[in-house]
Write a protein that binds this ligand. Structure first.
Ligand SMILES: [Zn+2]
Length: 240
């Protein structure tokens, strides 16, 4: 079928010729898709809004001559308010980069797509701390990717830890390390009992229901953890 209809979000765009853009789309069913958006930079083009960062809609794509082209788009949401808040914009752009690193071409990922839409909506329309929303996004993204962190037992010896012992997190094995095991290891990240409790609560009840303070959201730790597991650096200058 030369024409494909799919939901998608624009993860990035790059200028291409005078009036065109090359879009990197995230489709829940097709994964990461590079698609040419012809004429979208012309004044009055119906494709302009759907070629912007964060644009979310139903895209009709044409496959031909070895590449995808955007034929039309029914825009669901532009998340326009993100553009007028620098703090929210930085974190939202970072979430797009995380998805770009996690999603492969021709690889279905409905759960990560749904998580991205919900997280962008939270940033855009709710008065929530942007860093905590991003930490929750990273935590759930890691779980979706098969890296759900272990937050109650030592990843080295398997012993259950109580709160007084929680000080370190191993980004390579993805979980807590008890004090005796930590003495033999380097590259551990610092983790407080309160940060650990925040992650456990958000994994259990979600960020909308947790009543723990947003200051306890370990965004930098989760960012470092996900980069380690994906084996890819993800640009986050000035965020954590
Ligand atoms: Zn141990």
């Amino acid at each position: 079928m030369p024409h494909i209809t799919t939901q998608a979000i624009v993860l990035r765009h790059a200028d291409y010729r005078e009036h065109d853009r090359m879009l990197t789309l995230f489709s829940p069913t097709l994964g990461r898709v590079e698609a040419l958006c012809r004429g979208c930079k012309k004044v009055g083009s119906p494709l302009l809004n759907c070629s912007e960062w964060f644009a979310f809609g139903e895209y009709v794509l044409y496959t031909g001559k070895g590449r995808m082209t955007v034929v039309s788009c029914n825009l669901t949401e532009s998340f326009y308010a993100l553009r007028s808040d620098w703090d929210k914009l930085k974190y939202a752009t970072y979430m797009l980069s995380v998805c770009e690193a996690m999603v492969q071409p021709n690889e279905q990922n409905v759960h990560l797509f749904t998580l991205l839409v919900r997280s962008l909506s939270r940033l855009c329309y709710q008065d929530k701390d942007a860093r905590a929303v991003t930490a929750a996004f990273l935590l759930h993204a890691a779980s979706i990717g098969g890296y759900r962190p272990r937050l109650s037992h030592c990843v080295k010896c398997g012993r259950r830890l109580d709160d007084t012992e929680i000080r370190h997190f191993d980004p390579e094995d993805g979980g807590l390390v008890c004090p005796p095991c930590s003495e033999m290891m380097d590259r551990l990240l610092s983790l407080s009992p309160r940060e650990n409790a925040w992650m456990r609560d958000v994994l259990t009840v979600g960020i909308d229901k947790t009543e723990l303070p947003t200051d306890d959201a370990p965004a930098a730790l989760l960012s470092a953890f996900l980069e380690e597991r994906l084996e890819k650096p993800i640009r986050h200058k000035g965020l954590f």
